[in-house]
Design a protein around this ligand. Structure first.
Ligand code: CMP
Length: 220
């Protein structure tokens, strides 16, 4: 039977490693399963691991001293995290928590340093991903600084809805608090805006899944 880690071979980043390096990696890395809501790493932790998501998803967030959280990203199957602190030698840049039952492949620092830093193609691939994430972060800064809460919600809906039976819907149940944490606002404010959108028939909720009925206006 195929080792679970063989699945990594099909992932763009790991397809760049040569066979010997990959066999070595398989011997030293581990696979762990985590329940929903499990903290994988905390902002300011000292790093020693790199994580690859085999199944499930995680949320990357920052929380201030008053407990207010902003979600920076949701990472799903096939994506990785934990590279930043390993590359710059600083503490973790964000908290990472599982959003559901999640399986992670864990690569330890020595392997990351040896394999990833010595392989130019891997370095280029990491840089490419970091650039994409920076673009997303720029969009987030733009929306936090220049948009009102309604516009931020509309933008989040735009990015997380998928086309289903001709309608754009959020694929999973998502709480008002989750949306508030994505747009940097309060749950109460988000509830109010969603209620008005629902009353005006812009959105509807089917089994608590939000669907967009018609294009949301730029201002509301
Ligand atoms: P690291 O800083 O080691 O630990 C937290 C990880 O979250 C970080 O590495 C990245 O892998 C990931 N991360 C941090 N900020 C973002 C972001 N803005 N978008 C996507 N992933 C991020």
């Amino acid at each position: 039977m195929k080792n679970n880690l063989d699945r990594l071979r099909n992932v763009p980043l790991f397809s760049l490693i040569d066979d010997d390096q990959f066999e070595q990696l398989k011997k030293s890395s581990i696979t762990n399963r985590y329940p929903k809501g499990n903290t994988i790493c905390n902002c300011d932790d000292r790093p020693d691991k790199f994580y690859f998501i085999d199944k499930g998803s995680v949320k990357v967030s920052i929380t201030n001293d008053e407990g207010k959280e902003i979600i920076l990203a949701v990472l799903t199957e096939g994506e990785y995290f934990g590279e930043m602190a390993l590359i710059d030698g600083q503490p973790r840049s964000a908290d990472v928590k599982t959003r559901e039952k999640t399986t992670l492949h864990i690569i330890f620092r020595e392997d990351f340093d040896r394999i990833f830093k010595e392989n130019n193609k891997i370095t280029a691939s990491l840089l490419h991903k970091t650039t994409q994430r920076l673009r997303e972060a720029n969009k987030k800064i733009e929306s936090l600084a220049l948009m009102d809460v309604y516009q931020r919600i509309a933008r989040v809906f735009d990015s997380i809805t998928v086309l289903k039976d001709g309608k754009r819907c959020i694929e999973e149940r998502i709480t008002h608090q989750d949306i508030a944490n994505m747009v940097g606002s309060s749950r109460e404010r988000v509830c109010k805006i969603l209620k008005i959108l629902e009353q005006s028939n812009y959105i509807s909720k089917i089994n608590n899944i939000i669907c967009i009925n018609k294009k949301l206006p730029y201002n509301f």
